[in-house]
Ligand binder design. Structure first.
Ligand SMILES: Nc1ncnc2c1ncn2[C@@H]1O[C@H](COP(=O)(O)OP(=O)(O)OP(=O)(O)O)[C@@H](O)[C@H]1O
Length: 271
């Protein structure tokens, strides 16, 4: 036992619990904003039905790389992605891939809860409706209820589905955004610092939810909190200056990392 294992307790999940099959494979990924290169030569296999945390100092490229996984970077004019990213073996940058369909399969939850200024029901029903997932109202009702249940919000909102989503507390809004992502039956959920705007109690609820969701979804989470990475993830990837410096089992990462830069970051020597 060294100092790190005393300060950061990891989840009890062991290596054997995680599915080792890769859901997402990235090879030689480079990302540029105009002339500036933000991601360099990233190779990573992200395991299915596993929570993978991206950590690293501010500006190291965590969010940039996360956004390559559902082509959210397409929405930034000056951004250019090179290399290969496959999901279940299919190249997501193939011109035949429709980014809207891709983003239903690879959902995203952002730092700041961003419900639509519509009712709780409509926030969740919107995606299934535009993707044609329900032919009648009863089916849509069921999808909405099921997504809210999976997001751990149903009991809190079932009697006020017609009230505005923006009237919920911050933590409830974030779980509503998670329900919205779940409602279109994604396989992967990307979370970009989903708890950074939440208080500790709301954070604990979202973390508990992440833990439950991994049974059905592949989850990738960017976090500034090493404690959070240790609590919710089974795998951790450490970025530094646009490079992926180490990807490892979370318990190993926080007790005996292979790379000196990971060790320095975890010990608070930079970032
Ligand atoms: N839209 C953008 N236009 C230009 N440069 C950008 C843009 N978004 C990010 N960058 C740059 O790319 C680099 C990586 O940024 P990114 O936000 O991915 O890092 P990060 O590790 O997620 O940082 P943080 O932890 O502070 O959110 C930084 O130098 C940043 O300034």
């Amino acid at each position: 036992m060294n100092n790190m294992s005393q300060t950061i307790s990891t989840t009890t999940t062991t290596k054997a619990d995680t599915m080792t099959e890769a859901k997402i494979s990235a090879r030689k990924v480079q990302v540029y904003y105009g002339e500036k290169q933000a991601i360099r030569d990233v190779d990573i296999d992200i395991r299915q039905r596993t929570v993978t945390a991206f950590i690293g100092p501010s500006g190291c490229g965590k969010s940039t790389f996360l956004r390559t996984l559902n082509r959210m970077n397409d929405t930034i004019d000056i951004c250019r992605v090179e290399g290969s990213i496959t999901i279940d073996g299919e190249n997501i940058y193939d011109p035949k891939v429709d980014p809207v369909q891709l983003r239903a399969k690879v959902g995203m939850v952002f730092q700041k809860p961003n419900p639509f200024p519509k009712s709780i029901y409509e926030n969740v029903a919107y995606g299934p409706r535009i993707h044609g997932l329900a032919s009648k109202k009863a089916d849509l009702d069921e999808i909405v209820a099921s997504a809210l249940q999976k997001a751990g919000l149903w009991n809190e909102v079932k009697d006020r589905l017609n009230e505005s989503g923006t009237g919920l507390s911050g933590g409830q809004q974030q779980r509503l955004c998670i329900a919205r992502a779940i409602a279109v039956s994604p396989e992967i959920i990307l979370m970009d610092e989903p708890c950074s705007a939440l208080d500790p109690i709301a954070t604990a609820k979202v973390e508990e939810l992440i833990h439950e969701l991994r049974t059905n979804f592949t989850i990738v989470i960017v976090t500034h909190s090493m404690q959070q990475a240790a609590r919710v993830s089974q795998r951790t990837a450490m970025f530094h200056l646009g490079l992926l410096v180490e990807e490892n089992d979370t318990d190993k990462m926080f007790t005996n990392p292979d790379d000196q830069r990971t060790q320095d970051y975890i010990m608070g020597r930079f970032g």
